[in-house]
Write a protein that binds this ligand. Structure first.
Ligand code: ZN
Length: 238
């Protein structure tokens, strides 16, 4: 497995940012961001591997303190450019996440209102969205009876990467169990405008049989937006 597949994009962006902007050491990054042990001797190799994947070596440590992203983006180094794009993306999502989190703090009395704005990170948002969506679906898969929290997924209808504007919209998310999440994400089935399960060309009789007696259970509020479902059927199932 290549190193970038071991971590999600947010974690990777955090690593890149910590090195290029904050000039953190490999060891600190490995410990604080990747949550892995980093002994004094030989520590930080995972973080180093990850940065090397993007051609980020020692000469680039703290580089973004001296130069701007746009100045550096003229480089011919495609992997390094990818790293810069990830920082841009990260900043954007973080801003959106902060706004969204603040709105939800007001409507959700269970939130801790004293939490510092600086602590609000993408992960906080992701957890928050998951909480909202799971609650909305009574912490049960929307098409089967699975209700074990560690088997439930807050699944995006329009993929996270496909539409920046809709990432934070609970109407773009459905609670599925891990199996149904994968089947949905891979386009084995979709949901139509009347919230019936529909099949794409990829589905064979086995898949149809498996889902035959199941019905989509509508959530309490924030029903899936029809336009996202249409997108899912047209782009993911076909
Ligand atoms: Zn399920």
């Amino acid at each position: 497995m290549i190193i970038t597949e071991k971590f999600d994009n947010y974690t990777i962006a955090e690593v890149i940012k910590a090195y290029l902007i904050d000039g953190e050491s490999h060891r600190n990054i490995q410990r604080k961001i990747l949550g892995l042990p980093a002994p004094t001797k030989g520590g930080g190799f995972v973080a180093m591997d990850l940065l090397h994947h993007y051609n980020i070596h020692g000469d680039k440590k703290g580089l973004l303190n001296k130069k701007s992203i746009s100045e550096l983006n003229t480089s011919d180094d495609l992997e390094f450019k990818k790293a810069l794009d990830m920082i841009n993306e990260f900043n954007l999502i973080k801003e959106e996440a902060e706004e969204y989190y603040i709105i939800n703090q007001e409507i959700n009395k269970n939130n801790n209102p004293t939490e510092s704005k600086n602590n609000i990170k993408v992960r906080a948002y992701q957890n928050k969205l998951r909480e909202i969506v799971l609650d909305n679906y009574n912490s049960t898969c929307s098409i089967c009876e699975i209700n074990k929290s560690d088997l439930l997924v807050c699944s995006h209808i329009k993929p996270w990467m496909a539409d920046k504007e809709q990432r934070l919209n609970p109407q773009n998310a459905i609670c599925f169990c891990v199996l149904h999440d994968k089947m949905f994400a891979r386009g084995y089935f979709s949901i139509d405008s009347k919230y019936n399960i529909i099949f794409g060309p990829k589905s064979d009789n086995q898949i149809k049989k498996l889902l035959n007696n199941l019905k989509f259970k509508e959530p309490k509020v924030n029903k899936p937006d029809i336009s996202f479902l249409e997108y899912h059927y047209n782009e993911i199932c076909n």
